[in-house]
Design a protein around this ligand. Structure first.
Ligand SMILES: NC(=O)c1ccc[n+]([C@@H]2O[C@H](COP(=O)([O-])OP(=O)(O)OC[C@H]3O[C@@H](n4cnc5c(N)ncnc54)[C@H](O)[C@@H]3O)[C@@H](O)[C@H]2O)c1
Length: 327
């Protein structure tokens, strides 16, 4: 029995893979998730089943914005010295449809996590998920952490940028060891059905057209899930130095290869052996045409070295998708 690592959003895409990796290393994991129906709860339950095969996985179905329940979970496993905070209302586009869960989960939920960590004697490190979306209208490529990030194009991005500012205040006031990670379009097996790779596969396999925004003139720094998990765990062991005069560290975790959306679709077509019928559409509100990550800070500080390009990652995703859906 080791000191537990709390993973919030453990039934989610990145949380599941992170928790699994920790369990495989023999760590004890306290998983938290509210199992909300933003997308298939069956998929979330299926991920959990794999985690629950490990006796050192302790799961609590709790909302992170419910401070009493979160305090009970914390006390039941105290002391907790490490937290990987991944629970959030994700998705740029949905924040234009229903903004409220973004405030409850991403702002209030993050507040609760900060307070729990703040009062834990001997607390070692809080690592939390931010996003490439914080770069907003920034046109300078690749996106670097030294660039300004004060022009969010969606409420989702605004809540994540707020998390970075909230974390900074706790780092400054209470010397909280905290690190933010800006993820760039993560994809892979067990991924989120609201993300384009999944929407494309579903439509292509049922002979329906796929929606291609900005007439295909989009580029993303697609990052394979295993690379992201390695980055998260490496960041966890790289505790920021004390001294509240410094800014708390925030790192880009991308792949450092911006790929065109049309190339992404072409590899998907080859992997599925299906030619997609493309429905070319204008740019969507809240979306950015391109992302590209400068990952030199993460490489320098904790050896982050993503190695999976889309021509390897997409076939693995397709193979899992067919297997999971018994196709
Ligand atoms: N996947 C990406 O490409 C990507 C990119 C940038 C940032 N992120 C961030 O990474 C984190 C993980 O993303 P993901 O892709 O795994 O998303 P996900 O939706 O699969 O996982 C998030 C999990 O958090 C849970 N959750 C949401 N609100 C909660 C609440 N109030 N209380 C408890 N649990 C709650 C959900 O049920 C879900 O299982 C999120 O913070 C997301 O914003 C993801």
């Amino acid at each position: 029995m080791t000191l537990p690592v709390m993973v919030t959003g453990a039934a989610g895409f990145i949380g599941f893979h992170t928790a699994l990796s920790l369990l495989k290393q023999g760590k004890t994991v306290v998983g938290v998730d509210n199992m909300n129906p933003y997308y298939s709860v069956t998929l979330k339950k299926d991920r959990l089943k794999l985690l629950q095969a490990y006796p050192d996985f302790h799961f609590h179905e709790v909302d992170i914005s419910d401070r009493e329940s979160m305090n009970d979970v914390w006390q039941a496993h105290a002391p907790i010295h490490y937290v990987i905070h991944l629970a959030a209302q994700a998705g740029v586009r949905y924040s234009l449809v229903d903004p409220y869960p973004y405030i409850t989960s991403n702002i209030m939920g993050f507040m609760v996590i900060l307070e729990l960590c703040r009062y834990q004697p001997g607390f070692q490190h809080l690592v939390y998920a931010s996003t490439s979306s914080v770069y907003g209208t920034n046109k300078e490529m690749p996106f670097s952490e030294t660039q300004r990030a004060d022009s969010p194009m969606s409420l989702y991005a605004a809540t994540k940028r707020s998390n970075e500012l909230m974390a900074q205040s706790y780092h400054y006031l209470y010397n909280l060891p905290v690190t933010g990670l800006r993820f760039f379009t993560v994809y892979g097996p067990w991924g989120r059905p609201d993300m384009s790779a999944f929407k494309f596969m579903k439509a292509m396999l049922s002979g329906e057209p796929i929606d291609v925004y900005n007439h295909g003139k989009m580029a993303r720094d697609y990052t394979y899930i295993d690379d992201i998990v390695r980055g998260i765990l490496a960041a966890l062991t790289h505790q920021p130095k004390g001294g509240n005069e410094q800014m708390h560290p925030v790192y880009n975790l991308g792949n450092h290869h911006s790929e065109s959306l049309m190339d992404f679709i072409e590899i998907l077509e080859k992997s599925l052996n299906i030619n997609a019928v493309k429905n070319f559409l204008p740019m969507q509100d809240g979306d950015v045409p391109a992302t590209s990550a400068d990952i030199s800070a993460a490489a320098r500080d904790f050896g982050y070295a993503p190695s999976t390009r889309i021509h390897e990652g997409i076939p693995r995703l397709v193979s899992w998708y067919k297997d999971y859906n018994k196709l």
